[in-house]
Unconditional design. Structure first.
Ligand SMILES: *[C@@H]1O[C@H](CO)[C@@H](O)[C@H](O)[C@H]1NC(C)=O
Ligand SMILES: *[C@@H]1O[C@H](CO)[C@@H](O)[C@H](O)[C@H]1NC(C)=O
Ligand SMILES: *[C@@H]1O[C@H](CO)[C@@H](O)[C@H](O)[C@H]1NC(C)=O
Length: 578
């Protein structure tokens, strides 16, 4: 007789209860450990060294425990200024090409002397002001020829691109932390949605259930409507044993396997493969993610972004010109091979993508940017793999590396931790490089000027984004930020809520806006210098909340476009601040 059958019901019930309790205990411990792992010790090892007393994380600072922040979070106005969300003008036409030669000329100078490489401010100023100089629409063979007309996305439909749809690739292993959320939101805020697809590659070598678990992850659940709509694809990343270099044409191949050396071979039907002998591969997450980008871009093209980037502008003009392979420079290293592959693009199935794969396999499946750079340099293929300077994807490296050598950017940050700081005066240099007019502040008695033009509660004129005259910059400047806005008007408080004392708030509202967060740059690279969370009203907190406002439909993006997608459930990654 079976042992189980011999047990009486009462004993069985007891046992069930015991097992349940055990399971709950194990679950609690496990999630606790994971929580700690993901939000605690692991991240803090990457935390930049506090540069001054304000750097300490709010939750570990006894003088301003989360309690005092809690008390104010409900009363605190979002900002002291009314933001101009629509600051980049119209989105580039779907066929727009960026002129790589021109961009390299202006932001680097000559390849030998790099005369302009360090002038990050000037490069970004050029990117803001001279779109007419570096963007163009090809007169022949425009990519959109033969495509249907453009249909914007709507609640349940991703829309129709009037041109090729570009894949974006990101790779992740683990829970959907706020870092993942930040990237995804920045993608939706900045990219041309009917014309882009976001592939989130999840490492199933590490966790075979990664996709299922992501679909249930509290941080990711809010994006499920966008998985359904087709914007986001969750994809399984498995380290391949071999990569298809070249597909045979019909009738190729002579029924035999031909070894080509260095792991390459031609199979019976003529396909050319590259073997990834993973024995040699150290499965460090970094090494895996270094490899992912080259394999995925070889197969599918598009752009690969590390998760520690925040996208700021539509990348499409960099992604559709023929043979547009690029990566960024590694900080201020002056070598022609010092690439940083945190954001990179390759033409799929190209001779360049094959070259990288073969070269990296020869080096022991090593896709470290240094190796990649040597591969380009050694074989004189630098021209094919454009190196964009810091102003494009990594605007603060220069100041971080050598503060003060050239004009700082706006904001003027000197280390990666500063973007996380929200206390008053935590970054004294914040606006150092800004030379526009001072923003008019909403009521509150802070600025002492005759601010608060809206404090009478007057409604904004209700102009829509399309009515704005983008070209007339001077006029806009004069009108000032207050008059430029539309949809978000209701959010601007007329004076502070009763009980709110801005002087006592450790993270008072301020004049930071997404518009002034490295305007002109295509992305901001956090360099894995994560703090545990962005402090309230820090630059990254402002960025994060602006994205949220857009996805909730109460703001426009930087192109003046409204969110047409599904209403997303809200999610607060930092309940300690709400
Ligand atoms: C791109 O820029 C280069 C260098 O300034 C210029 O010579 C070339 O004509 C430009 N190409 C196009 C298509 O505008
Ligand atoms: C690259 O080639 C493979 C097979 O050779 C093909 O399946 C794939 O569609 C090609 N990708 C692109 C983006 O052309
Ligand atoms: C933002 O506020 C800071 C601190 O009050 C001030 O120094 C700076 O000039 C302001 N910037 C603008 C553009 O108003």
């Amino acid at each position: 007789m079976d042992k189980l059958d011999s047990q009486r019901p009462a004993t069985r019930a007891l046992q069930t209860v015991r097992n349940l309790l055990l399971a709950v205990a194990v679950y609690t411990i496990l999630t606790g450990v994971l929580q700690f792992f993901f939000y605690g010790s692991l991240t803090s090892t990457h935390r930049p060294k506090p540069s001054n007393q304000h750097s300490s994380s709010p939750s570990t600072d006894p003088s301003s425990g989360s309690k005092s922040s809690n008390g104010y979070a409900h009363l605190r106005p979002d900002s002291l200024v009314v933001a101009n969300d629509a600051y980049m003008g119209f989105r580039p036409h779907v066929d727009t090409y960026a002129n790589f030669t021109r961009l390299v000329d202006v932001c680097r100078g000559s390849i030998q002397s790099l005369e302009r490489m360090k002038y990050v401010y000037d490069c970004m100023q050029y990117l803001i002001e001279r779109k007419d100089d570096y963007y163009y629409i090809p007169t022949e063979n425009a990519p959109s020829i033969g495509y249907p007309s453009y249909v914007p996305s709507s609640v349940n439909d991703i829309g129709t691109c009037n041109g090729p749809v570009i894949p974006y690739h990101i790779w992740w292993s683990g829970k959907c932390t706020w870092r993942v959320e930040l990237f995804i939101k920045s993608y939706f805020h900045s990219q041309n949605l009917p014309c882009s697809r976001l592939n989130l590659w999840l490492d199933v070598d590490v966790n075979p259930n990664a996709v299922e678990e992501m679909m249930r992850d509290p941080g990711f659940i809010r994006f499920l409507p966008l998985v359904k709509r087709g914007d986001i694809r969750l994809r399984e990343w498995k380290f391949p044993a071999r990569v298809l270099l070249k597909q045979a044409n019909d009738g190729e191949g002579d029924g035999k396997i031909i070894k080509l050396g260095d792991g390459a071979y031609i199979d019976e039907v003529g396909n050319e493969w590259l073997e990834f002998s993973t024995r040699k591969m150290t499965f460090l997450p970094v090494a895996v993610s270094d490899a992912v980008r080259f394999v995925v871009l070889h197969y599918e093209g598009g752009v690969y972004c590390d998760m520690d980037n925040v996208l700021l502008r539509d990348l499409r003009p960099l992604l559709i010109p023929p043979n547009h392979g690029f990566a960024e420079r590694w900080g201020w290293y002056e070598g022609p091979w010092d690439y940083n592959t945190a954001i990179m693009s390759l033409q799929p199935n190209s001779s360049l993508s094959q070259h990288f794969l073969k070269g990296a396999v020869k080096m022991g499946i090593n896709f470290h940017p240094y190796i990649i750079g040597r591969l380009v340099y050694k074989d004189g293929r630098g021209e094919e793999f454009t190196m964009f300077e810091d102003g494009f994807f990594d605007p603060i490296w220069g100041q971080f590396n050598t503060p003060g050598v050239t004009r700082c950017t706006v904001p003027c940050l000197e280390n990666y931790g500063e973007a996380f700081l929200g206390r008053k005066d935590a970054i004294p240099r914040d606006w150092k490089a800004y030379d526009g007019p001072r923003f008019e502040e909403i009521d509150g008695g802070v600025s002492g000027n005759d601010a608060g033009r809206n404090s009478d509660g007057s409604k904004n004129s209700g102009r829509s984004a399309e009515d704005l005259d983008w070209s007339d910059k001077r006029k806009r400047r004069k009108r000032g930020a207050v008059e430029e806005t539309h949809a978000i008007q209701e959010r601007a408080p007329a004076g502070f809520a009763p009980g709110y004392d801005i002087d006592k708030d450790p993270y008072p509202p301020n004049n930071r806006t997404l518009e002034n967060f490295f305007k002109g740059a295509y992305a901001y690279h956090i360099h894995n210098q994560w703090a545990k969370h962005p402090e309230p009203n820090s630059w990254l907190d402002v960025v994060r909340r602006t994205h949220d406002g857009f996805l909730n439909g109460n703001r426009v993006n930087m192109y003046g476009e409204k969110w047409n997608g599904p209403q997303l459930p809200s999610y607060d990654p930092f309940p300690e601040f709400s």
